[in-house]
Design a protein around this ligand. Structure first.
Ligand code: IPM
Ligand code: MG
Length: 376
């Protein structure tokens, strides 16, 4: 069985973490006998500076024709489009909007032997089993909807407007996605309850009132899942103070963008934070750390976020193609990450280690092989 995976390494540390991720994907291939037809495509800010385009002609169509997409990172210093936007974001938004990837799924899970990133705390505050929730961020509307503009008078920018669009359809499908995901999980760490927390600002914003009303309608269909509501400002502190109370969190685009970076603190930092941009037919998986240009080419950053993105990709593909071995491969990849973290021998600087990215990538690939080697 073969699956076409378009890989967009992109800018900065993107190519390095992708290189390590591919090692793991190769180990999965060898161990499980399916093939990944990997199609690498250049893209990003650096590519824009070199060629005048954010990605080559036909790249979007290749992505649309693939089984899954894997993205490294976008963003290169000094690379801006004539309209001021960061060059490369056309790729991210081209795919999110163009393939209608409406659910941005960001798991926040603290693995054993990983310290969260709250500084000046000499003691581990949360035990790993207390942090295991998923934020589902709406990914195709909200304040990211491209209905925006600015007014120039006499060459001076006088006014700029970003419209925050919330639609019934957009809210309904992402909220439903969160409830469905809760049904596949085992509930919040604190009490084992399935719970979907609706995070909004409905005390002020009209769009949030619609979002919450749609949440209530969708929740009717899931009597086994507890309803929970939080205003986004309060949620930010509760997430830090009581992470174990959360199972699924669903929210609009910008709130989710902000909340997921903060949430990564609970899981040991951006080096371990992965995400999936998921639609009904297509999906893109990525480490969420960005291009981190100052670390480019040094072989020092943590490739685990990319490997966890690959784990999510295998799971999504397995469900979509109804292919058990892909689901097993996804478990194996997560077990490999857990094992390497637990042993603490191959860790990058962000986790207090001294290993190179490539050493961590090798260790993970090797662990996938040993975990799947028949015994005896
Ligand atoms: C993210 C990123 C993107 C976003 C940027 C790179 C456009 O921050 O995926 O969270 O704002 O959505
Ligand atoms: Mg972000």
């Amino acid at each position: 069985m073969a699956f076409k995976v378009v890989v967009l390494p992109g800018d900065g540390i993107g190519p390095e973490v992708i290189r390590e991720g591919i090692k793991v994907l190769k180990a999965v291939e060898e161990s499980y006998g399916f093939e990944f037809d990997i199609v690498p495509l250049p893209c990003g800010g650096k590519h824009y500076l070199e060629t005048g385009e954010e990605w080559p002609e036909g790249a979007f169509e290749s992505c649309r024709a693939s089984d899954a997409i894997l993205l490294g990172a976008i963003g290169y210093p000094g690379a801006h489009l004539p309209n001021g936007e960061l060059a490369g974001t056309g790729v991210v938004f081209g795919l999110r909007f163009g393939l209608d990837l409406y659910a941005n799924v960001r798991p926040t899970k603290l693995y054993a032997n990983v310290r969260h990133k709250i500084h000046d705390v000499t003691k581990q505050v949360w035990e790993p089993e207390k942090v295991d929730f998923v934020i589902v961020r709406e990914n195709t509307e909200g304040i990211y909807s491209p209905i925006r503009g600015s007014l120039r008078r006499g060459g001076v920018e006088e006014l700029a407007i970003d419209n925050r669009v919330i639609t019934r359809k957009g809210a309904d499908r992402v909220i439903r996605f969160a409830f469905e995901l809760s049904m596949k999980r085992t509930g919040a760490p604190a009490d084992g309850m399935r719970r979907v927390t609706c995070v909004d600002k409905s005390n002020v914003l009209q769009g949030c009132r619609l979002f919450r009303a749609v949440y209530d309608e969708v929740a009717e269909g899931y009597p086994g899942v507890e309803r929970d509501y939080a205003y986004v400002d309060a949620f930010m502190q509760w997430m830090m103070r009581k992470p174990e109370a959360y199972d699924l969190v669903v929210t609009s685009n910008l709130f989710g963008d902000i909340a997921t970076d903060l949430a990564s603190v609970l899981q040991g930092g951006m080096g371990l934070a992965a995400g999936g941009n998921i639609g009904n037919r297509h999906a893109l998986f990525e480490p969420i750390h960005g291009s981190a240009p100052k670390y480019e080419g040094q072989d020092v950053v943590n490739p685990m976020a990319t490997v966890l993105a690959i784990q999510m990709m295998l799971e999504w593909l397995g469900e979509r193609k109804k292919e058990r071995s892909l689901l097993e491969a996804s478990h194996t990849v997560e077990s490999a990450v857990e094992a390497i973290l637990k042993e603490g021998k191959f860790l990058t600087y962000d986790l207090g280690g001294k290993s190179k990215s490539s050493q961590v990538g090798d260790a993970l690939a090797e662990r996938v092989r040993t975990l799947t080697r028949p015994e005896g």
